[in-house]
Design a protein around this ligand. Structure first.
Ligand SMILES: [Zn+2]
Length: 495
């Protein structure tokens, strides 16, 4: 997710309260419900212990009005990994009408940003369970909170990274628990609905509406789900090896966007020449008519601001490199997800790396020059937001959250130092092995350090400790003349 446009918007964590309907429901257990988390250092209340989600089935009913809450049914198929008399889901922005666990009505209450469910019968470790929540999904953001639904000029899109999927649907909102998704959208005729994964057909839903269904062929993190509904056109083409490509564009910008969209196939071929086969069942760009201030690598369907392409504020090579950035995330961040949010540098460092490499190979913007500039700023970035693999928690009121320069160019710099140290052949082997070994899964910084050592045949613990956790940037191998520089411009990620 690179930021491409500045915005004064703030991102305060607001106290979000479920609607009063919740409070009348009985909670059987005697102790008050409490919010839980999986212990993420940066987002302590994200995710929940005690179960593993296998599949989500999401149904949304869109009225055609982008400020009206959508009707929604979320069904979660999960396996208990502990004995549970309560099940915590993350959900913080909608009205819950009812909850069923394995077909039986269950009690529920809100606690912090959790929906706490008390099933009639407690779950034993190893039990499979089906949880159905009937709720609304509100596209109007809570006060001072961003993320989740994005309102576009013609409908809605989704941007859940890092901690906003649970503003849209109840879930285990942490990338360590990936699952398969079936997404159904019912919308008035004249609207088009598209979601992550491949289409499974559409059928009339009565009253002049149509239900569209999509299903992922690979597990996906909640933060990477995408749902687009609007007055859009879906454009189909074929990529390398017959890969189906589909782009979603505001219908009136179709012609203007076509020259950009036809670049995707070649970009996929370029990425495949670097790291191997594209990891998913389809790819495409969702050109949202919205001012988000960022682009986002939602799985199989990356979210872009339409105006990035139709209102040129950047040179062509730069826009192309941003396209490659989101494409590279499909391998780095989507197929291989961060186990915790402190591993974010693995997403953004690699996406920035291939973004910069593409700009070098296709536009002569040398990687070494970019890395030298990053080296100059690196100590300042570390001081401002922490070292790459130990970023400081998001600050209330700062829209960038954990997406600071140090996880972009500051982390690509770590990869550059690694390539300087182990050489190009070992580095290339590492990249290919990484996305193969951990595909459809999540992985940690320690996994990367271990694999780099294995592939290069060297003990790299001390190298990574200094580069990923040091307060100061170590000397750059092969460039003893590179030095920290004085600040001359705003940090890159705020541009
Ligand atoms: Zn990114």
């Amino acid at each position: 997710m690179p930021y491409t446009t500045p915005s004064p918007l703030t991102r305060l964590r607001a106290a979000v309260v479920l609607a009063p309907a919740v409070s009348v429901c009985l909670v059987a257990a005697s102790a008050p419900p409490v919010p839980l988390g999986v212990g993420d250092r940066l987002f302590p209340h994200l995710g929940n212990p005690g179960y593993d989600v296998m599949a989500y089935d999401l149904s949304f009913t869109y009225s055609g009005g982008a400020t009206e809450p959508l009707g929604a049914v979320t069904t979660i198929s999960a396996r208990a990994t502990a004995d549970l008399d309560r099940i915590n889901l993350d959900f913080a922005h909608g009205t819950v009408d009812s909850v069923e666990v394995d077909g039986e009505p269950a009690g529920f209450a809100s606690a912090g940003e959790d929906l706490v469910i008390t099933p009639e019968d407690a779950l034993d470790e190893g039990d499979r369970t089906r949880i159905t929540v009937r709720h609304t999904s509100d596209p109007v953001h809570p006060e001072n909170r961003q993320g989740g639904w994005v309102r576009t000029a013609d409908g809605l899109a989704m941007a859940n990274q890092a901690d906003a999927a649970h503003l849209v649907f109840p879930c285990n909102d942490h990338p360590s628990d990936k699952a398969y998704f079936t997404i159904r959208v019912t919308a008035p005729d004249g609207h088009t609905a598209v979601a992550s994964g491949l289409p499974e057909g559409r059928y009339p839903a009565g009253d002049g509406a149509t239900t569209w269904t999509y299903r992922t062929r690979h597990p996906m993190a909640t933060e990477l789900a995408q749902v687009s509904v609007g007055r859009t056109t879906v454009l189909h083409r074929t990529g390398p090896h017959g890969l189906p490509l589909r782009d979603v564009v505001p219908t009136r910008y179709r012609a203007a966007l076509e020259p950009w969209l036809e670049k995707t196939s070649e970009q996929i071929a370029w990425m495949e020449s670097k790291v191997g086969r594209y990891p998913f069942e389809t790819y495409g760009l969702l050109m949202a008519d919205a001012s988000t201030g960022f682009e986002l690598e939602t799985q199989t369907l990356s979210l872009f601001e339409r105006r990035l392409f139709t209102e040129p504020a950047h040179p062509v090579w730069y826009v192309e490199s941003i396209m490659v950035h989101e494409l590279a995330h499909q391998w780095f961040g989507d197929s291989v997800s961060p186990r915790t949010w402190s591993d974010l540098w693995l997403n953004e460092g690699h996406a920035t790396w291939y973004e910069a490499l593409y700009a070098e190979e296709r536009a002569g913007r040398t990687l070494t020059a970019r890395m030298k500039a990053a080296y100059g700023a690196s100590d300042r970035w570390r001081a401002a937001g922490g070292p790459p693999a130990a970023p400081e928690p998001p600050e209330p009121g700062r829209k960038t959250g954990i997406f600071r320069p140090n996880v972009y160019d500051g982390s690509a710099l770590v990869l550059y130092a690694l390539r300087q140290t182990i050489g190009v052949p070992a580095f290339d082997r590492l990249e290919r092995t990484w996305v193969t070994r951990h595909r459809d899964s999540s992985a940690t910084t320690a996994d990367f350090v271990r694999l780099a050592s294995e592939v290069s045949g060297r003990d790299l613990d001390a190298f990574f400790d200094a580069w990923l956790h040091g307060e100061k940037t170590p000397p750059m191998p092969g460039h003893p003349d590179w030095k920290a520089t004085e600040a001359t411009a705003p940090p890159a990620a705020a541009k």
